[in-house]
Design a protein around this ligand. Structure first.
Ligand code: 6V0
Length: 332
């Protein structure tokens, strides 16, 4: 006898009902922080983990499954075989070697390009309609690599880019002014890394443009103060890595936030790595770097035309050149 007796003859679920499947590739510190944030925020019906280490993968899957009584119902699966990712709406790639203390993100490049050759083609094979969200570093270059290897239109390949740097930036400004970071609108754009650009000229707090407010009130500030805040953003990741060995929680929230915007078609603007050629005077080749992008269910819907002064535009273009120089050396 069945445990439940149906009250009416069971109709099959409607084929139009949305069922959301997210795959996370790389079950390391970052992948697991992303996975657990996705679970607690109820963003997926199915969550898949893939990693090269079978035992670690199984252990992580069981550990998450054992939290079932405290979480919204999500089917959690894990396998070293990419077939398990079939039909994913979103594939988040975190697999890769990570930064050693003091190591620049760009140094990771060659190690991680080789890994991507093994990761991207099977993801594309099993989920030809998916959105690829790249997290491994150097994220801008690996987003370009994933775009090339996937053959996807550029709206479906996104790098987490400076979404995290911008959160660090908003936190520091909010801390300075003693307000919530959610009321601070501030973007870091360009490379996720040392050549990132802080867009001071467009920062607003509670709708008030900060720099013009200071000018109007004749409040003096040192340019150095601003530069130090940006420097603190850049040093942020290095500092966390130096202290605890890796970064995880902030990137977990940052990527889950992107997953929500994409899969729930929120059309929010996030600074993420997108194909940047043709925007803000960036020319010279296909380059991915972070720009304020409008995101929705089909991926990147457009790039916002935020105000940048001449110096910010120049710095952004130079950030693009830094990345282009490296991508130019790759054979994909
Ligand atoms: P980690 O803890 O070493 O995890 C990496 C995982 O990838 C390990 O579990 C590996 O077994 C797995 N892996 C390696 N090769 C493969 C493969 N071929 N297929 C499947 N899995 C594989 O590193 P951590 O999780 O700390 O960092 C992962 C990546 O995220 C690194 O490249 C970081 O630099 C990058 N980050 C990017 C951030 C961003 O803002 N974009 C922020 C933080 C870290």
């Amino acid at each position: 006898q069945a445990f439940f007796r149906p009250i009416i003859s069971a109709a099959p679920p409607s084929p139009t009902k949305r069922h959301t499947k997210i795959s996370v590739i790389g079950a390391g510190n970052v992948g697991m922080a992303i996975a657990q944030t996705i679970l607690t925020q109820d963003l997926a019906d199915e969550l898949v983990l893939v990693d090269a280490k079978a035992d670690k993968l199984l252990g992580e899957m069981l550990d998450l499954q054992h939290a079932a009584a405290f979480l919204p119902r999500t089917k959690i699966m894990a396998d070293v075989d990419y077939a398990v990712t079939a039909g994913s709406d979103l594939c988040i790639v975190t697999a890769g070697a990570r930064q050693m203390p003091g190591e620049a993100r760009l140094n990771l490049l060659h190690r991680n390009v080789a890994l991507y050759r093994a990761i991207v083609p099977p993801l594309v094979k099993y989920s030809p309609e998916t959105i690829l969200l790249i997290v491994s570093n150097p994220v801008d270059i690996l987003t370009y690599v994933a775009w090339k290897l996937s053959g996807f239109p550029s709206n479906r390949v996104i790098g987490s880019g400076t979404n995290l740097d911008s959160s660090r930036f908003r936190f520091l400004i909010a801390d300075h002014l003693d307000v919530s970071a959610q009321d601070v609108q501030a973007y870091i754009v360009g490379e996720h890394g040392d050549s990132s650009v802080a867009l001071w000229s467009s920062i607003s707090v509670g709708g008030v443009p900060i720099l013009s407010f200071l000018h109007k009130q004749e409040i003096f500030y040192e340019k150095e103060t601003l530069e130090n805040i940006h420097k603190e953003v850049i040093d942020g990741a290095y500092q966390v890595i130096r202290l605890k060995g890796y970064t995880s929680w902030a990137i977990g929230y940052s990527v889950a936030n992107l997953a929500r915007t994409l899969l729930r078609d929120q059309r929010r603007i996030h600074p993420v790595s997108v194909i940047a050629k043709g925007f803000y005077g960036i020319e010279g080749g296909d380059v991915f770097l972070s720009l304020p992008a409008r995101l929705g269910r089909s991926g990147v819907l457009g790039v916002a035309n935020v105000h940048m002064n001449d110096e910010e535009t120049r710095r952004l273009q130079s950030s693009a050149e830094t990345i282009l120089e490296l991508t130019g050396q790759l054979e994909i």
